[in-house]
Design a protein around this ligand. Structure first.
Ligand code: SF4
Length: 355
């Protein structure tokens, strides 16, 4: 199977999204975050390209503006993203003037052959590394992130994407010393670079995880393409929301084979009214119970009577054992038995009780 980190990640996040995207190959409309991320990535690639000189900051901003303008039809009233992009690029340029880095490749494509030792199946792991730098004899993989959230070092140290990139770099240049590969995420909105590295054991664990995930995917395909939706906070960024059974109903124009909205609306309304009434009743019942139990405590009774019936407080029966007495009782019984029968097994049992 040919798979990328992003597909593995999509499958883990939501199997249905994986199916729609990677098996059915349905193209989803891009959201503003994706358009923003792709435009920034392309602009940063342009920033480090020397043709024959590095572009100036004005040229970089113009490049970004052109990209943005080309997508005007997809982006409506999203000026705030455009402005954020400009200030992000300016900040980045100030700190990372291109001539200070020895960039060996940009948007570097790789493929890694992965053979599952258990099943003998052959897989190919593919991906694109944003940037590769060389500092003396050490290499640094840099992945740009436009996310607002910046994960902690712990998560970065376990991150699967970076492990896959590490394997990709080694596949490309097998002579490299794995100990001299630095893996960095550059969080552009924060201007922070967080680095990590990988050892052999970690990479072996990652490979096992990849094989396991591929097996899960294959199992689901075998099982009649059973890829269920897994709703989460990430649904807000999912391009398949309108066709997803978890959200489809929200989009009125998509409802054709449902009962008509006019029919179902009063049913939903009644359901929520009853549920609301139920919740209120339950709250009041709890209050009444507290009052009645208070009365029972005061009167030292466990059952109270009214004209409509009576109410009993559930009493818990507690059974407690006197372990010492039980041990003595058993010892005596067993001793008598041993004397009579001389059963060795019971002698052992007695020793156990004595402990
Ligand atoms: S909307 Fe949510 S549950 Fe539906 S496919 Fe997308 S990620 Fe999965």
């Amino acid at each position: 199977m040919r798979i990328s980190y992003s597909s593995l990640d999509t499958f883990k996040t939501c199997p249905l999204k994986y199916k729609l995207q990677d098996i059915d190959r349905i193209r989803a409309p891009k959201n503003i975050e994706q358009i923003f991320g792709a435009s920034i990535h392309s602009t940063l690639k342009y920033m480090f390209e020397r043709k024959p000189l590095y572009p100036t900051l004005n040229q970089i901003i113009d490049f970004f503006r052109n990209l943005w303008d080309q997508q005007k039809t997809l982006i409506k009233n999203e000026d705030v993203y455009f402005k954020e992009g400009i200030s992000l690029l300016e900040r980045f340029y100030k700190r990372n003037q291109p001539w200070n880095f020895n960039v060996v490749d940009l948007e570097s494509r790789f493929e890694v052959d992965l053979d599952n030792p258990k099943t003998g199946e052959k897989h190919v792991l593919a991906g694109i590394i944003d940037r590769i730098d060389k500092n003396d004899d050490a290499y640094e993989i840099i992945d740009y992130k436009t996310a607002r959230k910046m994960p902690g070092q712990d998560n970065i140290d376990k991150d699967l994407q970076m492990s896959i990139y590490h394997l990709g770099l080694l596949r490309r240049w097998p002579h490299l010393d794995p100990g001299k590969i630095k893996l960095s995420f550059y969080y552009l909105k924060h201007g922070e670079k967080i680095s990590t590295s990988r050892n052999k054991n970690q990479l072996e664990e990652n490979k096992k995880f990849i094989f396991k995930t591929i097996d899960e995917i294959k199992e689901r395909i075998k099982n009649n393409y059973d890829f269920p939706p897994l709703p989460s906070g990430l649904c807000d960024w999912c391009g398949y929301k309108q066709m997803c059974p978890m959200w489809k109903h929200l989009y009125q124009s998509q409802i054709s084979n449902f009962k008509s909205q006019k029919d179902i609306e009063p049913v939903i309304k009644e359901y929520f009214e009853l549920k609301d009434q139920n919740d209120k009743n339950n709250d009041r019942l709890d209050e009444l119970k507290t009052l009645i139990y208070g009365f029972m405590d005061e009167q030292k009774v466990e059952r109270v009577f009214g004209a409509e019936g009576y109410l009993t407080r559930k009493m818990q029966e507690k059974i407690s054992y006197d372990i010492k007495k039980i041990k003595e009782f058993l010892k005596e019984k067993i001793d008598n038995f041993i004397i009579k029968k001389q059963f060795t097994i019971l002698t052992a049992l007695r020793k156990k009780i004595e402990k």
